[in-house]
Design a protein around this ligand. Structure first.
Ligand code: P6P
Length: 336
């Protein structure tokens, strides 16, 4: 059977670049390098049950979380490939305490913030996990970048996306002109356009929260989620609950079907007063994606995620993200 002549992600990127005559091709090159890293990680993730990459590496990261071998592999794969890509001046990773320099002589005009393998608690139980990335234009003039190049608000991102290692490997990204989804054909090693110009449903179908954190949420947040759980035919409620505990997987399902995901601040762990999720390489890139797809992303004190000026590489933020009408309702309810 002849395969359909699908649009590969490389074709898509080249065609998109044609729409911007002023483009130098650097962002295209950056994305292509990141895609190669993603394919490499995908192959390793798919081998996880077979090769000796399961289990712990015996190290812990800045988050105080045990670093799984696959986390380390994913981080190393991205850092090594991107440090010598020539498109970046500095990077930050969930797995590294400090900023990550690029190779001397390979300094470029963009920055990269990434979570190499989000959902790591699911690695050994074969649940979907993912790489999340965020790209900004550098602010410093030349040479090696600095932390100031990374601590920019999400509104200034030039690209954001994720690679979901699930039943199939998918790349979903935006450069500010809509959200495109590509599915990897592992037999040829190509990502093919499978979800063009993704728009998320205005009204949710699913609620994705860890309900066992509810007793530790702020009272108004508890009341909001109780409210949206009450039957309301006009809003298609009650919704169904879907929570995988892997941000990329929960986000992707809600993006495709319509949903609201929340990781509010809680009093469960005093070391994480603002919840578990990080701004630079989780909330901000997903917020750019959801806004490009017609949805919204706010904190539980009603700030727009994309307007938050990061003060720390690994800053955590409470996150409510998904279908516009439901996030609007949360904003109205929580701002009372
Ligand atoms: P909890 C995975 O470790 C992660 O960082 C996100 O991918 C996920 O959304 C969240 O933690 C799950 O956290 O506290 O509900 O287990």
């Amino acid at each position: 059977m002849r395969r359909p002549l699908g649009v590969t992600v490389h074709r898509y990127i080249v065609d998109s670049q044609r729409l911007h005559p002023e483009a130098t091709g650097d962002l295209s090159g950056l994305l292509n390098e990141l895609i190669v890293a993603g394919k490499t990680i995908s192959a390793e993730v798919n081998m996880a049950g077979l090769a000796d990459v399961l289990g712990m590496s015996g190290k812990t990261n800045i988050q105080g979380e045990e670093v799984q071998k696959l986390d380390e592999f994913a981080n190393r794969t991205i850092v090594r490939r991107m440090a010598r890509s020539g498109y970046l001046c500095v990077m930050t990773s969930e797995e590294e305490d400090d900023i990550i320099p690029v190779e001397e002589g390979y300094e470029g005009k963009y920055t990269l913030a990434f979570d190499p393998l989000d959902g790591s608690s699911n690695i050994d139980v074969n649940v979907s996990i993912g790489t999340i990335f965020s790209v900004h234009r550098r602010l410093s003039k030349e040479g090696q970048g600095d932390i100031g190049d990374l601590l920019q608000p999400g509104r200034k991102q030039v690209a954001a996306g994720y690679i979901l290692y699930g039943s199939s490997t998918m790349l979903v990204f935006t450069t500010g002109h809509g959200v495109q989804g590509f599915t990897l054909d592992p037999s040829v090693g190509e990502f093919y356009l499978s979800h063009a110009d993704i728009k998320t449903a205005e009204r949710a179908r699913y609620v994705s929260v860890n309900t066992y954190n509810q007793p530790f949420w702020q009272k108004n947040v508890q009341e909001f989620f109780e409210m949206i759980n009450r039957p309301d035919k006009s809003k298609g409620r009650p919704y169904s609950s879907r929570y995988i505990g892997s941000l990329v997987a929960d986000f992707h399902r809600n993006l495709i079907t319509g949903g609201i995901f929340a990781y509010p601040r809680d009093t469960k762990d005093s070391s994480k007063p603002y919840g578990k999720l990080r701004l630079l390489y989780e909330a901000a890139p997903l917020a750019m994606l959801i806004e490009q797809a017609g949805g919204r992303a706010i904190t539980d004190d009603c700030r727009n995620i994309l307007d938050i000026e990061a003060e720390d590489l690994h800053q955590r933020v409470p996150l409510i993200i998904g279908s516009k009408l439901d996030v609007d309702e949360a904003e109205e309810f929580l701002s009372r």
